[in-house]
Design a protein around this ligand. Structure first.
Ligand SMILES: Nc1ncnc2[nH]cnc12
Ligand SMILES: [Zn+2]
Length: 331
């Protein structure tokens, strides 16, 4: 089954590029940039990845990205990820990144934007992987700052495929960011938002109704609100679900208890993604394989979630048609 899952033309719609930073590269970049790390070995870093919840993960995630300084660092980070994604049979990647988390450390916008865009171009020529760029705002920081950073990113607006919203969800409802999402929408840039990962179903409703996002990242807690489930189903709103992430951050105790089967039985538009693969124990293929083990999904189930992702992706229609055709070939 693993070889068959690898051959599926998979699209990854929910990926934080800073969350792809493997400890080996973390040490190499720390040396390159003369950064002192709190751990003295790769093994010690990995051993620290034992999370209680989303905030306990975010502490290490923001600390880890402290080794990223230059355009070359972001390029190397993304190329290392693209190489692994290619091995997994991923054909399209939507990279989210957190510009504010770099700006607060004195890293200018040019570094992530130019480094990531160069990597996206090289991933296309080297691996035939298409990509999209999602500029995310940190929901636990001021909404005026998000607006300011969006304006500061004007030279790259034409290269942004969507804006996003992430970081600590509890007590940080999405509605505060209405203005920056509206600004982006006026410019033809759609929005996506994390909602219903640790936060309540009401945040999913608010992200959809107030921010007018076209996709929900995670969204697993929508099941607590049957009326919302019915509306999400009718509108076929894509949910970018991240099974291994949800287990690592204790959204569910085990994968066997994960609401994925219930979400699909409810007729929701579910996709599979890796979120922060370096921290959560696996990339796209690991997430697919884990669902095979936990839920005993058939080939048709995997074709269904893969088709959902291709249909929900920010990609040229011609490319989408070609990949859907490839998917029909694998079936
Ligand atoms: N799983 C996640 N939830 C919210 N913000 C994040 N930033 C990186 N990973 C995240
Ligand atoms: Zn995420």
């Amino acid at each position: 089954m693993t070889d068959w899952l690898r051959a599926l033309p998979k699209a990854e719609l929910h990926l934080h590029i800073e969350g792809t930073l493997e400890p080996e590269l973390m040490f190499a970049l720390a040396e390159r940039n003369s950064v002192t790390l709190p751990h003295d070995s790769v093994e010690a870093v990995r051993a620290a990845y034992d999370f209680e919840d989303l905030p306990s993960f975010l502490g290490l995630y923001y600390q880890g990205m402290g080794v990223l300084h230059t355009q070359d660092d972001f390029y190397d980070l993304a190329m290392a990820y693209f190489a692994r994604a290619h091995e997994d049979g991923v054909v399209h990647v939507e990279l989210s990144f957190d510009p504010q988390a770099h700006l607060v450390r004195g890293v200018p916008l040019e570094a992530p934007f130019e480094g990531l865009l160069a990597a996206c171009r090289d991933a296309e020529s080297r691996y035939a992987i298409s990509s999209a760029l999602i500029m995310s705002f940190l929901r636990d920081r001021d909404s005026a700052e998000a607006l300011e950073v969006f304006e500061q990113a004007t030279p790259w607006h034409a290269m942004i495929d969507a804006v996003g919203l992430d970081s600590a969800e509890r007590d940080n409802p999405p509605g505060r960011f209405a203005e920056v999402f509206a600004r982006a929408r006026e410019m033809g840039i759609p929005g996506v938002a994390h909602a219903g990962e640790e936060g309540p179903a009401a945040y999913i409703r608010e992200a959809w109704e107030v921010l007018e996002v076209c996709r929900i990242d995670h969204g697993v807690r929508c099941l607590e609100d049957p009326e919302l489930v019915a509306r999400l189903r009718e509108a076929r709103v894509p949910l970018t679900v991240c099974p291994l992430s949800n287990v690592k951050l204790k959204v569910t105790d085990t994968l066997a208890e994960h609401p994925l089967p219930a979400l699909r039985e409810a007729g929701l538009n579910v996709t599979l993604n890796s979120d922060d693969p370096a921290y959560f124990g696996g990339g796209m293929l690991d997430n697919y394989a884990a669902c095979h083990t936990a839920f005993d999904w058939t080939r048709d189930d995997f074709i269904d979630v893969t088709r959902n992702a291709l249909q929900a992706a920010f990609m040229a229609e011609e490319r989408r048609e070609a990949l859907l055709e490839k998917l029909r070939g694998v079936a």
